[in-house]
Design a protein around this ligand. Structure first.
Ligand code: NCD
Ligand code: ZN
Length: 345
């Protein structure tokens, strides 16, 4: 197959950042995605309806002329989140709330220390039919970084899923066979997103032959057997797994640093790279489900109208991009050849 047309896709997990950066990130996503679930980990985090609506407005203003791209806003859960915050957010149009364990990743210092404390909030989310999005890693310093997702499943995720059978839960950017198996064996109210980097790479791509800071993200890349399990579950077209790029830009100097930031800026090439992966897996017939159907079906939103077409044609991702801030950013897979190209949208 040299050409594929799919219903217009959505990105169910990304980071746009704020301010001048939006002029780069919003168009890069809006070029092919109709909607995106926008992560709330700004400084300060988006913790109430008012902040979410103001942020949404800034994103809308950064759209290219004529774009009908739609940001889907999320709330950042903290120890101080109340039932009323959930009610107000739902009324304002916020559709999900994000659980970051404290210290798990970029700007998560304000996040939750004990999940049990949030049970009243989860009850209200169930009543309001708001989705719970979980960054599934424990953060205790004695737990090995490569084990943090698995330990989170054992210590917290299993319990949350058991205790809230009516709450729709997305296990975000899964990275392990354990998580894939857990979601696959789990109930209908549990789903997962998968990034392009976790389908394409494993920890050798991070550490062999030198440290590669642009492949560093959280949860960190795992061993090849885990990568293979993620590829396997998407190749089988499982309906509760869908596209979430976790596109997470950090300026070049913050990645190429003695303490480099976590995050891959994949918006420039994500849909093309997913297509390439499905092609490698001989599973192109499942690309549309993963990119365009499974997400809206799980979220209870309509599938998009329109379509995009990708053609099998080589092109090169730029080595770096100039941001509106004047600084450079290195996109994911920079300088490398991609075998699929967006032809029209
Ligand atoms: C994200 C970021 O930079 O905001 N980084 C990452 O490596 N994925 C945070 C996140 O999604 O956990
Ligand atoms: Zn993320």
């Amino acid at each position: 197959m040299n050409k594929i047309t799919i219903q217009t896709p959505d990105d169910w997990h990304l980071h746009f950042r704020d301010g001048l950066m939006l002029k780069e990130t919003v168009p890069a996503t809006a070029r092919c995605f109709k909607r995106a679930i926008v992560m709330p980990n700004l400084v300060p985090p988006v913790t109430n309806a008012k902040m979410a609506m103001e942020y949404s407005q800034r994103i809308l203003e950064a759209r290219p002329d004529g774009s009908d791209f739609e940001p889907l806003m999320t709330l950042y859960l903290t120890d101080k989140t109340t039932r009323q915050d959930i009610i107000d957010a739902k009324q304002a149009g916020v559709i999900a709330a994000k659980l970051y364990p404290a210290g798990a990743t970029t700007n998560s210092d304000a996040a939750v220390k004990g999940v049990m404390q949030l049970y009243p909030v989860f009850e209200e989310m169930t009543a309001q039919d708001m989705l719970l999005l979980i960054h599934g890693e424990v953060t205790e310093s004695h737990i090995d970084i490569f084990d943090r997702e698995k330990v989170f499943i054992d210590q917290q995720m299993t319990r949350i899923v058991d205790d809230f059978p009516q709450l729709r839960i997305v296990f975000e950017h899964i990275t392990t066979k354990d998580a894939a198996d857990f979601v696959e064996a789990g109930p209908e109210n549990l789903a997962a997103t998968i990034t392009p980097q976790h389908l394409m790479l494993n920890r050798n791509d991070l550490l062999v032959g030198g440290i590669r800071p642009h492949n560093y993200c959280l949860p960190v890349l795992k061993r090849q057997t885990h990568q293979a399990a993620l590829r396997d579950v998407v190749a089988r077209g499982h309906k509760r797994f869908f596209l979430g790029t976790d596109s997470a830009p950090h300026e070049k100097h913050l990645k190429e640093n003695s303490c480099g930031c976590a995050g891959c800026y994949s918006a420039w090439s994500a849909i093309e790279l997913y297509t390439q992966v499905f092609d490698e897996l001989n599973a192109l017939e499942h690309l549309e489900g993963f990119a365009s159907h499974n997400g809206p079906d799980f979220y209870g939103l309509p599938r998009n109208e329109g379509s995009i077409t990708l053609v099998k044609e080589d092109w090169q991702i730029p080595e770096q991009i100039k941001l509106p801030t004047g600084n450079d950013i290195v996109p994911f897979h920079a300088g490398q050849t991609v075998h699929w190209k967006l032809a029209s949208s």
